[in-house]
Write a protein that binds this ligand. Structure first.
Ligand SMILES: O=C(O)[C@H](O)[C@@H](O)[C@H](O)[C@H](O)COP(=O)(O)O
Length: 236
């Protein structure tokens, strides 16, 4: 039997961030109890700047041993390593040291590589060496246009597990993203959405028959996906 995705709606943006953080900590703690290495893929935006702050504040976070955790980014802005708009910089600032014993797999910056293609190739090699076949958990956001990671509507989808993007409609234009194939192969996905501006794309993402070219998030409306939203994003 095909198991569908699940949608859980929280009253407000703050409750959504706190409840998502609780789910993340408990899901990772269960995985860490049963596996030596646990791989989590994280997005930027609301996930990094709000949800990960709540992860850092969640009481159990300080008690757990995070040394088996491997943290990966599902996308990154291809700018200098010292730039505050990098997704890794924002996530690490939000985490405030709570996952310091974890292993961080950052996507190469414009200081490390002269092109985003080279950074993507290096990240692809690292992903393929360590993941079988994907993250244990992906923590994703979704843009108002239905993008996930840096997979945007009406843009060529890469075949490789990580690839460069040169014409992102959301600045900056040059990025590195993991592929839809890698995100679909995750064991579990939390897609966390807040705000009325997400409601149209969310309705499309969970509707039957919408092409992922028009709404990339629709490709993740599948078993293992939890849509975590506030009332506004759910269209109520
Ligand atoms: O580099 C980025 O811009 C982000 O990683 C991006 O993919 C983000 O996850 C979505 O745009 C949703 O962002 P919000 O949750 O902030 O709307």
């Amino acid at each position: 039997m095909l198991v569908p995705s699940k949608t859980i709606v929280y009253a407000t943006r703050n409750i959504l961030a706190r409840a998502s953080a609780a789910r993340i900590v408990l899901a990772l703690s269960d995985l860490l109890a049963s596996k030596e290495a646990v791989h989590v893929g994280i997005a930027g935006g609301f996930v990094s700047n709000h949800v990960l702050k709540e992860v850092a504040r969640f009481p159990l976070s300080a008690d757990l041993d995070w040394s088996g955790l491997h943290v990966w980014w599902v996308d990154e802005r291809f700018v200098g390593s010292d730039r505050s708009e990098r997704n890794d910089a924002q996530a690490l600032a939000a985490l405030d040291g709570i996952w310091d014993s974890a292993h961080f797999h950052r996507i190469g910056s414009a200081n490390d590589f002269s092109t985003a293609t080279e950074a993507a190739k290096a990240y692809q090699a690292e992903l393929e060496a360590e993941l079988t076949p994907s993250f244990d958990l992906a923590i994703l956001g979704m843009g108002p246009d239905g993008h996930v990671a840096s997979i945007f509507p009406s843009r060529p989808a890469g075949e490789q597990s990580a690839y460069a993007v040169f014409d992102s409609p959301k600045p900056p234009a040059i990025r590195v993203t993991v592929s839809m194939g890698l995100l679909r192969a995750c064991k579990k996905r939390f897609i966390i959405l807040s705000g009325e501006e997400k409601s149209t794309a969310f309705a499309k993402a969970i509707a039957a028959g919408i092409s992922s070219e028009k709404c990339p998030a629709a490709a993740l409306n599948m078993s293992g996906t939890y849509w975590l939203t506030d009332l506004a994003a759910a269209g109520n």
